[in-house]
Design a protein around this ligand. Structure first.
Ligand SMILES: [Zn+2]
Length: 159
């Protein structure tokens, strides 16, 4: 069986007046991520991990932030498109593991819901999508709540 692994990373600014979308769900908070799409940093990192595993460039290549079609788009739609792209190349997801780095709000209570939303899009079992969260110990731009980071790795298998 042919398997391949990919790495994804993303960062967005946290600003007043935007909704906070993380892992495909809206999380109540006084700030949200700035961006052309809904700026779901976690989904973007997962998209890049999957695209990287299939050697299909990156999210900016497929969904440029200059394209009006992607303005404020639900990032779940981008993730679904990424799955179509790897399927066209003969792959399916094995598993995804991701880490969010943000100071507030606490998101541990939301992780199960994120898994339930993302698993059907990734076409995997709940057990094959892992999401973790950490603070940045008050250090740097994550620590002072100016931004949010996410990392992800994805394993893909030749169908
Ligand atoms: Zn992004």
């Amino acid at each position: 069986m042919k398997i391949k692994v990919g790495l994804g990373y993303d960062v967005h600014q946290l600003v007043e007046g935007r909704k906070l979308w993380l892992g495909g769900i809206e999380i109540p908070h006084h700030k949200g991520c700035e961006g052309h799409s809904d700026a779901d940093v976690l989904i973007h990192a997962i998209c890049d991990a999957i695209l990287g595993a299939a050697n299909l460039r990156d999210i900016g290549f497929h969904f440029p932030n200059t394209d009006k079609n992607f303005k404020d788009i639900d990032s779940k739609k981008l993730l679904a498109k990424v799955i179509e792209l790897i399927e066209a190349k003969g792959y399916k997801i094995g598993n995804v593991d991701a880490t969010l780095s943000l100071e507030t709000p606490k998101i541990n209570q939301h992780i199960e819901e994120m898994q339930k939303v993302l698993a059907p899009i990734l076409k995997v079992a709940l057990d094959d999508i892992s999401i973790k969260a950490t603070t940045n110990e008050k250090l740097g731009y994550v620590g002072n709540e100016q931004g949010v980071n996410a990392w992800a790795v994805a394993l893909i298998e030749k169908i």
